[in-house]
Design a protein around this ligand. Structure first.
Ligand SMILES: Cc1cc2nc3c(=O)[nH]c(=O)nc-3n(C[C@H](O)[C@H](O)[C@H](O)COP(=O)(O)O)c2cc1C
Length: 164
């Protein structure tokens, strides 16, 4: 194996990948948890599944580990303020994050953002520890469809999706 590149070089390179912005949510008995995330990817149609990469230091990652469940809420443009809040802006964390946004819940009591483009309820089927992050593969058990255009993120800025 060759020498890995420097982490800062990695961050600068990966920042060129545009990402659709989501809020991944989970629920433990005492509280709701959620983080802004772009590391979300479709995996397979049979079974219908996706993967998310969640930092191990987050309460959301711990809640997913504990319960084996999570939701992915695809944000509509404009939801940049909400995305910053769920990224921990101004030190807001845990249940306090949910004081902004119109939140409901799915059949299992997990947070669903009303006004999201899509909310996908997932049950964890596989877990992989990879460096600082955990990769959770989730089987999709419920889909809530919304409307609008997706909020994008690239080179540390939010963007609108424009048709060519
Ligand atoms: C645009 C954007 C994308 C992010 N994507 C991810 C991601 O895919 N996975 C992840 O673990 N953290 C990601 N983060 C960082 C988390 O949102 C952040 O660490 C977390 O919300 C901190 O929450 P806490 O302060 O409650 O622990 C992203 C942040 C931003 C602004």
């Amino acid at each position: 194996m060759g020498m890995p590149v420097d982490p800062q070089e990695f961050r600068t390179a990966m920042a060129r990948f545009p990402g659709a912005v989501t809020i991944i949510t989970a629920r433990v008995p005492e509280e709701r948890r959620g983080i802004t995330a772009t590391a979300v990817c479709s995996v397979s149609a049979e079974p219908p599944s996706l993967l998310v990469c969640v930092n191990r230091g987050t309460g959301t990652g711990a809640a997913i580990h504990e319960t084996g469940r999570f939701n992915v809420n695809l944000l509509a443009d404009p939801a940049d303020e909400l995305a910053l809040r769920f990224a921990g802006a101004r030190g807001v964390t845990g249940e306090e994050k949910f004081a902004a946004g119109d939140w409901g819940e799915d059949d299992r009591g997990l947070p669903v953002l009303r006004g999201a483009l899509l909310s996908l309820s997932c049950d964890v089927t596989d877990t992989l520890e990879a460096g600082s992050h955990t990769v959770f593969v989730g089987c999709i058990t419920q889909i809530h469809q919304g409307e609008g255009a997706p909020l994008m993120y690239e080179r540390s800025r939010f963007h609108r999706l424009q048709p060519i």
